[in-house]
Design a protein around this ligand. Structure first.
Ligand code: DX5
Ligand code: ZN
Length: 219
């Protein structure tokens, strides 16, 4: 079964608590929270305050995507705010092994992620240490972008790398996932999909959107 992690950046922030609860009631497995600092990515979103607010309305797994420079400076704050999983960009972590250890020492699951042009080879040494690898299928910074088709082959290659070492790590994909793209990502080997616009935007309800995503990949 593929896990679905709605990205709250696409939700109606005037009703964030309700939208989070509606996503949980509608069958979400995790909630994905995109932290952006305006430096590593051009957009600015939110910090531990919003993580704490979402934590206060649900006990679902909070999957924090840190699109920030020097994430090691903020890991403790996000952990105390209620993060269950924290994913850092390899492009922002010169001491990646230490950062992954720090996330685990805080009691969170540790994830690493890479931008579309970053090769999987950067993961070779850290792969046995991580609980999750996130493949960015858009250039990070904004929701509502189109899925980069080359992501599917990258997912399949990463699935083979994880299987080759017998890793139980989650393989998550993030960006442009909708009813047209979820099936190929699932077939390529993801275990978790992030979906922002596909869940929170459009005419149908959040629960119906989640149902349609599952139906589209029979997952
Ligand atoms: C982009 C974020 C994604 C994005 C997903 O930088 O990491 O999580 O919010 O939104 P959609 O599903 O609309 O592409
Ligand atoms: Zn994200």
């Amino acid at each position: 079964m593929i896990k679905i992690a709605p990205s709250i950046i696409a939700s109606d922030f005037t009703r964030l608590g309700e939208q989070a609860q509606e996503a949980v009631a509608g069958g979400a497995d995790w909630l994905h929270l995109d932290v952006m600092d305006g430096h590593f990515v051009p957009n600015i979103t939110f910090g531990p305050l919003v993580v704490k607010a979402v934590r206060s309305v649900t006990d679902i797994t909070l999957d924090i995507h840190l699109m920030i420079e020097q994430p090691e400076r903020y890991l403790e704050e996000f952990a105390h705010a209620g993060a269950n999983r924290m994913t850092v960009h390899v492009e922002t972590c010169p001491h990646l092994h230490r950062t992954v250890q720090q996330i685990k020492e805080l009691g969170c699951r540790a994830g690493v992620t890479l931008n579309p042009a970053t090769p999987l080879s950067v993961l070779t040494e850290i792969l046995p240490e991580v609980d999750l690898v996130l493949v960015m299928s858009v250039n990070p910074g904004f929701g509502g972008q189109s899925y980069i088709p080359a992501s599917t082959a990258k997912i399949a290659r990463l699935r083979a790398m994880l299987d080759a070492i017998g890793s139980p790590a989650e393989l998550e994909v993030d960006g442009g996932i909708n009813v047209e793209t979820i099936a190929e990502a699932a077939q390529a080997g993801v275990s978790v999909v992030v979906a922002g616009s596909a869940v929170f935007r459009g005419e149908a309800s959040i629960g119906e959107n989640i149902r349609q995503l599952r139906e589209a990949c029979d997952c």
